[in-house]
Design a protein around this ligand. Structure first.
Ligand code: KIV
Length: 287
């Protein structure tokens, strides 16, 4: 990947300053080549812990490790140059002592070069958000449907559909805002609740399964590209990557079985009177 000019990345304060302005475009990214495609279109790339389900085939995000987030964070940083990059703190890496959360967040930022971390934020996490922000780590909150709480909830379930739950989600968002989060992801909530949260907090809300009235939107890229047969109700499919891969691979398999691949143009030919060079071209180092 060539980098002829130094391009400055969008920063956390610049994202915060977009509150109430042009919608903030966000997507998840896990690999360098996909990050490179997304980068010119997005304000923010999230290395989401959804990587555990989307890339590693885990049933939920609970099994995701710090090492996985570091590896994918590094890849996304290599592939992008303009968008702000935020890395999810995986389950178990921030809910205990704020000092441990700081050590883990520091590792994520130092080893990936990303600019911020995201935590699933209830009022009980507010003190940790403040602890991290006070020590130089920008934090994005994540409220509403909190995938890391799947074992408490029993399944991935939309939130804020009862008065009690509305108050809880609102309290999560206000606590993250008061603690210094630079933006807040609002996932899987009643459509009328998201604009209320957006009006109640001073930082941008980034909706997913929330409302078009949020300050920005995010989707899991592989979902919106159509990599899976099933996607949540709130995903709009902008592509059919699964269909494209299926078609390409079935054509490849037929060509291999029919001995139509590789063709002459896809093989190396022996050069007349230059047998050693031909061996080099084939990568045969033994000469
Ligand atoms: O992990 C993730 O991809 C996320 C987004 C769905 C917001 O948290």
């Amino acid at each position: 990947m060539s980098r002829h000019t130094q391009v400055r990345r969008i920063t956390a304060p610049e994202i915060t300053a977009r509150k109430g302005g042009d919608p903030i475009v966000c997507l998840t990214a896990y690999t360098a080549p996909v990050a490179e495609i997304l980068d010119p279109h997005c304000d923010l790339l999230l290395v989401g812990d959804s990587v555990g389900m989307v890339v590693h085939g885990l049933p939920n995000t609970v099994g995701v490790t710090l090492e996985m987030m570091i590896m994918h964070g590094q890849a996304v940083m290599r592939g992008s140059e303009r968008a702000m990059v935020v890395v999810d703190m995986p389950f178990g890496s921030y809910e205990g002592d704020p000092k441990d959360a700081f050590a883990n967040a520091t590792r994520l930022l130092k080893e990936t070069g990303a600019q911020a971390v995201k935590v699933e934020a209830g009022p009980q996490i507010a003190a940790t958000i403040a602890y991290l922000v006070d020590r130089g780590i920008p934090v994005m909150g994540h409220v509403g449907l909190r995938p890391q709480a799947v074992n408490v909830d029993g399944k991935f379930r939309a939130k804020g559909r009862t008065q009690d739950e509305r108050e809880k989600v609102m309290a999560e968002a206000k606590a993250a805002d008061a603690a210094g989060a630079f933006a807040i992801v609002v996932e899987g909530v009643d459509e009328t609740l998201a604009p209320e949260i957006t009006a109640a907090v001073g930082v941008p809300t980034i909706g997913i399964g929330a409302s078009a009235q949020c300050d920005g939107q995010i989707l899991v890229t592989d979902d919106m590209l159509g990599l899976f047969d099933w996607t949540p109700k709130f995903v709009r499919r902008y592509g059919d990557i699964k269909g494209a891969i299926d078609k390409a691979v079935s054509e490849y398999a037929a060509d291999v079985r029919g001995r139509r691949f590789p063709a002459a143009a896809e093989t190396y030919a022996l050069r007349v009177n230059s047998a050693p060079q031909a061996r080099v071209a084939r990568g045969d180092k033994r000469g």
